[in-house]
Design a protein around this ligand. Sequence first.
Ligand code: NAD
Ligand code: ZN
Length: 362
Amino acid sequence: MHEIFIEADGIRHPVLTGEGLLAKTGEMLAMLGLLSPVMVVTNSTVGPLYARAVIDAVRSAGFECSKIEIPDGEKFKSIKTAELLYDRFLEEGLNRSGTVVALGGGVVTDIAGFCAATYMRGVPLVLMPTTLLSQVDAAIGGKTAVNHPDAKNIIGCFYFSELVICDHGTLGTLSPEERRCGLSEIIKAACISSPDLLSMLENSNLEDAGGPENMDQIILQAVSIKADFVRRDPYEKTGVRALLNFGHTIGHALEKAFDYDGLKHGEAVALGMLAAAKISVSSNHLAPEFPARLEKLLKRSGLPTEIPDVNMDDVISAMSHDKKKSGKLKFVYLSGPGQALLSDAPPADVIIKALEEMRSKQ
Ligand SMILES: NC(=O)c1ccc[n+]([C@@H]2O[C@H](COP(=O)([O-])OP(=O)(O)OC[C@H]3O[C@@H](n4cnc5c(N)ncnc54)[C@H](O)[C@@H]3O)[C@@H](O)[C@H]2O)c1
Ligand SMILES: [Zn+2]
């Protein structure tokens, strides 16, 4: 087991990574001085797989514990589901001295985190992320959210959990598609800040269906990188955390151009990263060899490197919609392997040229 800390407001919030941690949930809650009643919030996919182990562990450490299951899917990350959670919290007698435990992927950690942050102005929270993406990204950094029908993640707040428990054992049941999406965010972390993680990924058996054998090391590195960005800019105010958006400006625009259908977030980010690397070369920030190196790594991870049929104008207009929302559009460029910088977005023709180069040849 490894321990990393997320630091905000001078408080260190531990993240534990390793195998077999679910069975230790009860002792960990007790060690942190957390109290009953414990609400285990999970979903209809993860609950049947892992809630029993968590609830048994929590009860055998002497806590009262209830399970709350929400339906599976991004569309349930809504105010409506949040209301159902508040109803159950009230019914189960949750008060400020109780504890919310979120067991699931990023959807569950985001909405359970949001409800824990807002119910009675804040109840202690423990996150138990069960997807690769949530272990290295969504559960690390204190962001909670629900979606508005017109905008993702638009309702939320910063709320740091008392503890994050990343049990790698849970990744064994993850679909290859979800695993790839997690790898995409790990590759992003490597690209913007760690030549070491980049080499580690290049030397790992990423093609293996069960994931590379050094996954533990890879997760540990990725969590440490995210935790470091969060420590330097916990509330996303200085622009440091904005570097984590590498590949996301174009990635989000692609997701939107595909109507959030047919292209998963991690796949869109993979395409966005490759385009951003090409743009970094044409904007004279990056040596020309790097995009081919990134392309090879993405391909080996099973991630796309060619853009399926899409109207480029839709992609550009999705990006300018973002610009309307946030004023001047910034863009994350690479300046070397493991180095990134934030600057003004490139002109549309530079973006289109990079995307056209990546258009699917079939
Ligand atoms: N808060 C943040 O900083 C942050 C960062 C990145 C993403 N997010 C959010 O996270 C969400 C995406 O997270 P995600 O990719 O984990 O998606 P998800 O939570 O939808 O999980 C993906 C799928 O895998 C299933 N699943 C989860 N764990 C499993 C397991 N161990 N075995 C088998 N199936 C399992 C889920 O039920 C779901 O069907 C989005 O809502 C996104 O906005 C938040
Ligand atoms: Zn992302």
